[in-house]
Write a new protein. Structure first.
Length: 177
């Protein structure tokens, strides 16, 4: 299923049994919404969540041209895996929870709160990723880093957090090179 315009859900639910493709100037917008993307969402456009509580089901691949913005004191939960190679922002006052894996070449901009309850895997190989707000690892979370040299981003993973970090869960280190 392809979105070429605006898909807007306010206080309701959107469900697709097929992968949803959102590219170019297309936008998916939600407020107090539930999105069930069946097998997943491939985002190369804009995905914006504001105000209230929203739930996202299905794997999300945010491509290099994709933008995901959570704003307006929203509380958003991603229940499945998220690969972020684009822009992902959690604005001040907003919160995001990841129950699946969070991976990809980019972290999360903005000063909002991020909760990792699944696995955080920086990059698609070693990478440097950053978080603009608070980062919290739950008791069952894991941070999976690669270590194989002295150059951040190409020989080992680096995670930078602008504000507070709360550590729980497991640190897993893989030796590479």
């Amino acid at each position: 299923w392809s979105n070429a315009g605006l898909l807007e859900v306010r206080g309701g639910e959107f469900e697709s049994n097929d992968t949803v493709f959102n590219f170019g100037s297309a936008m998916i917008a939600g407020r107090d919404a539930t999105f069930r993307f069946g097998p997943g969402l491939v985002n190369g456009g804009a995905f914006a969540i504001s105000f209230g509580t929203s739930d996202i089901f299905g794997d999300v691949a945010n491509n290099a041209s994709g933008t995901i913005v959570l704003s307006g004191n929203s509380n958003t939960t991603f229940y499945d895996d998220v690969i972020n190679d684009g822009t992902f922002q959690v604005s001040s006052g907003s919160t995001v929870v990841f129950f699946g894996d969070y991976s990809g070449d980019n972290g999360i901009a903005g000063s909002g709160m991020v909760f990792i309850e699944g696995d955080l895997r920086p990059g698609n190989s070693p990478a440097q990723i950053s978080f603009g707000g608070d980062l919290h690892f739950g008791a069952l979370a894991s941070l999976e880093v690669e270590l194989g040299g002295t150059i951040a981003g190409s020989d080992y993973d680096r995670v930078t957090v602008a504000d507070m970090v709360s550590l729980g869960g497991t640190l897993e280190v893989s030796l590479i090179n």
